[in-house]
Design a protein around this ligand. Sequence first.
Ligand SMILES: CC(C)(COP(=O)(O)OP(=O)(O)OC[C@H]1O[C@@H](n2cnc3c(N)ncnc32)[C@H](O)[C@@H]1OP(=O)(O)O)[C@@H](O)C(=O)NCCC(=O)NCCS
Length: 98
Amino acid sequence: MTAPVAGCADLEIATLHVQPRHHGKGIGKTLLQAAVDHARASGTPSLWLTTNAENLPAIAFYRAQGFSPVGDTHFSNGTQAYLNHVLIRHLGQRPAAQ
Ligand SMILES: CC(C)(COP(=O)(O)OP(=O)(O)OC[C@H]1O[C@@H](n2cnc3c(N)ncnc32)[C@H](O)[C@@H]1OP(=O)(O)O)[C@@H](O)C(=O)NCCC(=O)NCCS
């Protein structure tokens, strides 16, 4: 999909979902790292994604993994529009050690 905010590269993470009973075990981080490795290998300078503005756990997760908010967009299901944040990770940088 074309990024809704200027300055994003072509590569989007469209879906990342870990079953609730497996949250907090490092699975999301491992999957995200695999996507980052794939993106780096493809030569793209950055990765972007959107997440619902009310999904605070996901926003905290992405920020911990080096993503930063760069703008907002809306996800529409036809009758309602939901505020989404657009986050980007530049692939020249790694998240701070935790
Ligand atoms: C967001 C999601 C993918 C995270 O996956 P996860 O497997 O639970 O996360 P991990 O165990 O790999 O956590 C990795 C790091 O993220 C951070 N993190 C994860 N959940 C967090 C939370 N709720 N609050 C703050 N930080 C969090 C932690 O700092 C953790 O770092 P650590 O290495 O110091 O432990 C998962 O919770 C999920 O599928 N949620 C529902 C679907 C969803 O919201 N997807 C994203 C929408 S776009």
